[in-house]
Design a protein. Structure first.
Lengths: 198, 287
């Protein structure tokens, strides 16, 4: 009888360990793939820009400053895109670099749109309007992807800090992943209310 | 004693298999959620029927939500939170769409699920807002035909989705699994599993019974960890129950561990709407 109980407990421990390890590995993979997704969306915006710039140039050729600003900001993001997603996943400094490059591009694109909207013919142009929507959509996708990457990182960190993961992680040499704090805002779920009335 | 052990097993397994979390985000209970009270009763019913039949023929879940205001939230975050929480669209296909209007902010947003981003790119979503929604309901300019606006928008989206799926929007030769079919299949599977395990009980005893209980309980959640934990817990509990029973009843018992643990159903039989598990990536447009 004692032998049976001991066997039972050992099996229990073994199974828990295995499933815990697997879960940690799965979450680790999630973090990497979620940063890869951030880069996908950045690339999407990156690819969208030449068309947008050309369209605006067609009506507002003289606004050279804003065009060169966008081009420069875009090439900075291009650099960040060459990074390996798994390197990005564990490096707050690289994430900060990416976030800042992306933010600069967002700002300069904002200026481009503002300039464009001061040209009524351009503003009324259907193609331009669609590009505006695409740009806004891409910015949103980037924000969503960033929020998810942080959220996945938090899940992973939780799994290597809680019991039993913490023991297994220590044994397997897996550590918490760092992330750049400023991105946390995007990962927080806002409080939504259908019935609020002002 | 047998019954008691079985009852404890059921209870513990049910508890383990329970879904955790309450969430702050409210549920969407219908396809047309008119919290801002902008649509007529008649329009609500017609829209609901159109959207229900769209889901039937294409499996896409298109849902309308109007609110008085968004409490200071940005419309993109508001729409994403709602759509993600409701899990509009079928899991794997991600063919959900949320059509949102916030009255105080006077803003529309069409949130498009991953799977429909090809058929409804951001530019097209923006066009629908301009050409179908704001064309008829644009409070700034004095027009307030929300019935007409949403009807046109739904018609346009239905047409796009139907074309994408290769069916006609009102077709009823539908193939996406309906909830009632799913339930029958689940019951049949459960019956077969029970029968198989019943036989195994006799042959192999308590541990198997524990595994069975754990699996059935845990099949209510898709979480791998929960399934594994439940199986283990079921095994342990089943084994323990047997030891206790053996100790209490001289002469021992055989294969009395395990039973249906947690038979709560997570989906309903009725026609009420619930999300299919789809997800969103931030695509769509607002205006």
């Amino acid at each position: 009888m004692v032998k049976n109980i001991v066997l039972g407990i050992l099996t229990f421990v073994a199974l828990i360990t295995l499933s815990s390890y697997n879960k940690i590995v799965a979450l680790d993979e999630n973090v990497d793939s979620s940063w890869s997704e951030v880069q996908n969306q950045l690339k999407r915006r990156y690819d969208l820009i030449p068309n947008l710039v050309q369209t605006v140039k067609g009506y507002a050729e003289h606004e050279r400053d804003v065009f060169s600003e966008v081009t420069m900001a875009r090439s900075m993001v291009g650099q960040a895109l060459k990074l390996d997603a798994s390197k990005l996943a564990d490096n707050a400094a690289l994430q900060k670099q990416l976030l800042e490059a992306s933010g600069n591009l967002t700002t300069s694109l904002g200026r481009l749109i503002a300039v464009a909207e001061s040209y009524p013919e351009l503003k009324a142009n259907e193609n331009f309007r669609q590009l505006q929507d695409e740009l806004a959509g891409t910015e949103n996708r980037i924000a969503v992807a960033r929020g998810r990457a942080i959220s996945m990182t938090m899940d992973y960190n939780r799994s290597v800090r809680q019991v039993p993961g913490v023991l297994i992680a220590a044994f397997a040499g897996l550590e918490k992943k760092e992330y750049y704090e400023a991105d946390q805002e995007e990962s927080r779920v806002p409080v939504v209310n259908f019935d609020s009335k002002r | 004693m047998k019954t008691f052990a079985r009852a404890i097993t059921s209870l513990l397994l049910t508890v383990l298999a329970c879904r955790a979390f309450a969430s702050d985000t409210p549920e969407l209970h219908a396809r047309v959620n008119d919290y801002a009270d902008l649509l007529t009763e008649d329009a609500r019913h017609r829209l609901d029927e159109t959207l229900a039949s769209l889901e039937q023929s294409t499996s896409a879940q298109v849902v309308i939500l109007t609110v008085h205001d968004m409490g200071g939230l940005d419309i993109k975050r508001f729409a994403m939170t709602v759509a993600e929480h409701a899990k509009l669209g079928q899991k794997g296909k991600d063919n959900g769409v949320l059509i949102l209007y916030a009255a105080t902010e006077d803003r529309y947003r069409i949130e498009v699920g991953y799977g429909l981003e090809g058929a409804i790119p951001d530019g097209k979503a923006g066009s629908i807002i301009h050409e179908q929604l704001r064309a008829k309901a644009d409070p700034k300019t004095g027009t307030r035909d929300f019935d007409g606006a949403f009807t046109d928008a739904v018609a346009k989206i239905s047409q796009i989705v139907a074309t994408e799926s290769g069916v006609s929007p009102t077709s009823t030769d539908a193939h996406p699994p309906r909830e009632s079919d799913g339930m029958i299949i689940m019951l049949l599977i459960a019956f077969v599993i029970t029968a198989v395990f019943g036989i195994m009980h006799i042959l192999l005893g308590a541990a198997v019974g524990g595994i069975e209980g754990g699996l059935i309980a845990a099949s209510q959640t898709a979480d791998q960890t929960i399934i594994i934990l439940c199986v283990i817990a079921g095994t342990i509990i089943g084994a323990l129950a047997r030891f206790i029973a053996e100790a209490m009843l001289e002469g021992g018992t055989d294969g009395d561990g395990g039973s249906f643990g947690g038979s709560s159903s997570s989906s309903s039989f009725s026609d009420s709407f619930s999300g299919g598990g789809g997800s969103f990536g931030g695509g769509g447009a607002d205006g």
